[in-house]
Design a protein around this ligand. Structure first.
Ligand code: HAM
Length: 419
């Protein structure tokens, strides 16, 4: 079949049953953030375009090539959010969240948009779970943020991934490095486009995918070697804090994040079974972002985890838990009177906390049993006229076919006993 309408190219969609896994993944990634006191922030999907050009940086692919930008009916330039941090900072500044208790600790989940070339694990609409901790510069907070991402992955049960960390140091360290890096880059024979990119942000060249640029950059000066005493001590404290909570990491001095706002600690989680799109999450500290966007000069740190890629990682590792979609009971009414009895019974059981489905329509028993099977329910009951008059049903365990008589009034307590 060739349907008249199809989803736009390169977007990720989640339909049952895989959407159950998507829901499970995003909820599970969120639990460690909730345990650490982060609170939800729900933001617009589109923002003023300038928020991203200024915040994320014009040297980045995200801003220069990948934004979905449009003019609204009032002639304003708007952009579908390509990432979450700039929007969070805008909201924090606009609503004075940074004037209270610090750090401000926020989390978000939702779709993001980048006009990238679609491939496995790279989509034009994708989903992130992210957190931001704003207003305090403390190596323990860096380690808390990284630890929250790590705990989320571990909770999901996959293991074939590594954490890469580095430090971009403070402004003084970065300036000293930049001077030498620029001199080094000037000594290379590069095409004009690359020179323009390097002029905006010379670190970008570490990220170049072309072999000839990569080999030229092999001997480039590394920022990590330029950290001053304070930055070095800060980075050492972050590492010690990570070790103290058993978060394994590798130091990767060549790592460059794809967004320009980073300073200090930066990190990426890489899954080893995903091929080219192996980044399952990343983040770091951003000292100047808030000020760049018109706020006070406060530091922040956060991450964005790619929910789509985490899902792929779990599927690659085969660590998908059974019964993500758990149904306690499937209720099959037979006849008009039973429909009404079943409807109120199902409602009572749901109120009591059970997950209950019922069959609808004038279904014959066979078809309804099939639906019960498909639902994955642990138990089923059939209610007909005889059951209504006796007040008793046969509670059938779907996996074994074993049944036991239970009175309707004792059904909830019996289910509780069995679960
Ligand atoms: P990012 O590294 O650009 O960081 O994106 C974070 C994660 O989103 C990536 O590691 C990846 O898993 C996922 N991702 C990015 N682009 C795509 C795509 N086209 N398709 C599928 N997944 C994708 C940020 O966005 C920062 N805002 C993170 C951050 C928060 N830094 C500080 N605070």
């Amino acid at each position: 079949m060739n349907p008249k309408f199809q989803a736009p190219k390169g977007v990720s969609e989640y339909l049952p049953p895989r959407s159950n896994l998507f829901d499970y993944v995003s909820r599970t990634l969120t639990t460690p953030a909730l345990a650490a006191g982060y609170e939800l922030i729900e933001l617009p999907i589109f923002e003023d375009t300038e928020l991203f050009t200024r915040g994320v940086g014009e040297s980045t692919d995200v801003v220069s090539k990948e934004m979905y930008t449009f003019e609204d009916r009032g002639g304003r330039s708007l952009t579908l959010r390509p990432e979450g941090t700039a929007g969070v900072m805008r909201a924090v500044i606009e609503h004075n969240l940074d004037r209270g208790q610090l750090p401000v600790k926020l989390f978000y989940r939702g779709p993001f948009f980048r006009a990238e070339r679609p491939q496995a694990g790279r989509y034009r609409q994708f989903y992130q779970f992210g957190i931001e901790a704003i207003g305090v510069n403390d190596p323990y907070l860096d380690a808390e943020v990284i630890g929250i991402a790590y705990a989320g992955y571990k909770k999901l049960g996959f293991s074939n991934f590594s954490l890469h960390i580095t430090s971009l140091g403070d402004a003084e360290s970065r300036n000293r490095h930049r001077e030498d890096l620029v001199k080094f880059i000037e000594s290379l024979n590069l095409d004009d486009e690359t020179k323009v990119r390097a002029a905006k942000n010379p670190l970008r060249l570490f990220d170049d995918k072309r072999d000839e640029v990569r080999s030229k950059m092999q001997s480039a000066p590394l920022l990590l070697d330029y950290l001053n005493q304070e930055s070095m001590e800060n980075f050492a404290s972050v590492q010690a804090a990570l070790k103290s909570i058993n978060v394994p990491f590798e130091i990767n001095p060549r790592m460059v994040r794809g967004l320009d706002y980073y300073t200090g600690t930066t990190f990426e989680f890489v899954h080893n079974g995903l091929g080219a799109q192996s980044g399952i999450g990343g983040g770091g500290r951003y000292d100047g972002l808030m000020e760049t966007l018109g706020g006070q000069n406060l530091s922040g740190i956060g991450f964005g985890l790619g929910i789509d890629r985490v899902l792929l990682a779990m599927e690659t590792e085969g660590c998908i838990p059974e019964n993500i979609r758990y149904v306690d009971l499937f209720v099959i009414p037979l006849g008009v009177a039973a429909q009404s009895t079943a409807f109120t019974l199902v409602n009572q059981l749901r109120t009591a906390g059970f997950v209950v489905e019922q069959s609808f329509g004038d279904r014959a028993l066979k078809g309804a049993m099939k639906a019960a099977d498909k639902s994955g329910a642990r138990f089923s009951i059939v209610i007909g006229d005889a059951e209504i008059s006796s007040g008793t049903v046969e509670l059938k365990e779907m996996s074994t076919g074993k049944a036991s008589s239970v009175t309707l009034s004792a059904l909830a307590s019996e289910l509780a006993k069995l679960s």
